[in-house]
Design a protein around this ligand. Structure first.
Ligand code: ADP
Length: 483
């Protein structure tokens, strides 16, 4: 028996009030069965302006608060997230589709974002440089101001916490525009902000049409920074829209992650890790392995072991136990993936394996897509260069490590890469020559609150998490003192 959507607000949140927007209703759909979950009156740029004004006003108070006080509120938010994990993960799974255990992991991670940044808010230190006995320079770090945050649907809870927790810790205030596919998950977090006693106007939620709200945030002179996670194309648009007001920007954009398997590995263990990382969130992850490079000697063995697992994978409603793969986010994603596979087949690719295990209780109106493994991939195929964002697994063979590096770097993206080898020389060669911002060496667990996460090339710039993450929300002031 699947559970229903828990009771939740269906509004935006501006200056501490739940507000119905002035535009038409947005329909929120459950991807597991195609049914309407809720409707939300959308905000226009008028309400966005009000939210920006509220954030601007509250900035003066929030930045002056003792870091300890800010830390207490952030810690309380973390506690509330953990306390409500069952409810929050249910909302996330119903709205976004991922299996409930994955939703729980995401929610736990978000609580950690608040805890980590609560501590970090107390450690924003300045510097002093003495140039002579009667002269000092003080270098202080101040919150950058009002932040406009735009977040995606694939990690609809933790992509918000990754931005809002460090922004609030730094002393900034925020106007958030979440993805239209997942507004309820955003609302569930803002309900906890209210409960934790976050002062009015410090964090504002605007649900509404992306273009209109995005433009308002990027062009407003009262927004000092834009932080965005989403596709490279939209990142470029926001970059250009922000140029008139010369905003500071952080961009977490698309990826096309290589997964390189050398012939000296433990094959069983490596295939398990590939399977886990590729099927996580149904491949709808910017760090998802997209091109699998396997050294010739072990190609057949890896292919067979992976195929066996893929054939047996269980697909269905994420609320059901033992479901590994939930639905895709939208119906039209099925068409997009089918076209990508067809394009590859037309150009000579071959199907190696396809899943068969759709759960009996799966609703036929859900947006399900069976994971598929392909080989004989060529550079002119769409799936070679485009972000796949789905459970398609293309296999490549390589002979030398040099060849693998060249192929892996042959992309405009540079977010994540994975390297599997037990040979230390190869580890050094691969990890130093791959042009990606985050590299997993015999590991798929590449994101952590403590360490910077972000891309090179057209995967964007700026870093989230850790000490570097909070720096994105700080600006530097130099003062000279003559005594
Ligand atoms: P995806 O195709 O995976 O949904 P997007 O980059 O389109 O990725 O979406 C990421 C975020 O960017 C979402 O919040 C979405 O609403 C927002 N977005 C999409 N188009 C625009 C736009 N023109 N201006 C501002 N934000 C946008």
């Amino acid at each position: 028996m699947t559970q229903k959507l828990p009771k939740i607000h269906k509004n935006s949140f501006i200056n501490g009030e739940w507000i119905a927007g002035s535009l038409a209703e947005l329909e929120v759909i459950n991807p597991a069965n195609g049914e309407r979950l809720a409707t939300i009156k959308q905000c226009s740029n008028k309400e966005t302006k009000e939210a920006i004004a509220a954030a601007k006003k509250s900035f003066l108070l929030w930045k002056e608060k003792e870091p300890k006080e800010r830390a207490q509120i952030l810690t309380k938010i973390g506690d509330l997230i953990n306390k409500n994990i069952k409810r929050l993960s249910l909302i996330l799974t119903i709205e976004q589709g991922k299996p409930i255990d994955e939703a729980k992991t995401e929610i736990r991670g978000a609580a950690e974002d608040f805890y980590w940044n609560a501590e970090q808010s107390k450690r924003i230190y300045g510097e002093m440089i003495t140039t002579s006995s009667n002269t000092d320079f003080h270098i202080s770090k101040e919150p950058i101001g009002v932040v406009g945050a735009i977040t995606p649907w694939n990690f609809p809870f933790s992509m918000i916490s990754r931005k809002i927790a460090p922004a609030l810790a730094a002393g900034c205030t925020v106007v958030l525009k979440p993805a239209q596919d997942t507004p309820l998950t955003a609302i569930s977090m803002f309900e906890l902000f209210e409960e934790a006693g976050l002062p009015n106007g410090v964090a504002n939620l605007i649900i509404g049409p992306a273009e209109e709200i995005g433009k308002e945030l990027c062009t407003s002179p009262d927004i000092n920074k834009i932080t965005f996670t989403g596709s490279t194309n939209i990142g470029k648009l926001l970059y250009s829209q922000s140029s008139d007001t010369l905003k500071s920007l952080s961009m977490e954009l698309g990826g096309n992650a290589p997964f390189i398997i050398c012939d000296d590995v433990d094959i069983e263990d490596t295939v398990n890790k590939l399977y886990e990382s590729k099927l996580r969130n149904n491949g709808q992850v910017c760090t998802s392995p997209t091109r699998i490079f396997i050294q010739k000697k072990i190609y057949k063995d890896v292919k067979e072991k992976l195929s066996k697992k893929i054939k047996e994978v269980r697909i269905g409603d994420g609320q059901e136990e033992s479901i590994k793969v939930g639905p895709l986010i939208r119906k039209k994603e099925i068409t997009r993936l089918n076209e990508m596979v067809q394009d590859a087949l037309n150009k000579g690719a071959e199907v190696v394996a396809e899943s068969t295990g759709i759960s009996q209780s799966t609703n036929e109106n859900g947006f399900y897509y069976k994971p598929i493994v392909l080989e004989n991939i060529q550079e002119n195929m769409k799936l070679y260069s485009e972000e796949i964002f789905g459970p398609i697994i293309p296999l490549f063979q390589f002979e030398s490590v040099e060849e693998a590096i060249e192929l892996a770097n042959q992309t405009m993206y540079g977010l994540a890469a994975y390297v599997f080898t037990q040979n230390s020389k190869r580890v050094h060669q691969l990890s130093s020559q791959l042009t990606f911002g985050v590299i997993g060496i015999n590991s798929i667990a590449i994101a952590d609150q403590r360490v910077p996460f972000g891309g090179m090339k057209q995967s964007g710039f700026g870093r989230e998490n850790g000490e570097y993450g909070i720096k994105e929300y700080l600006t530097i002031k130099t003062k000279r003192f003559d005594y």
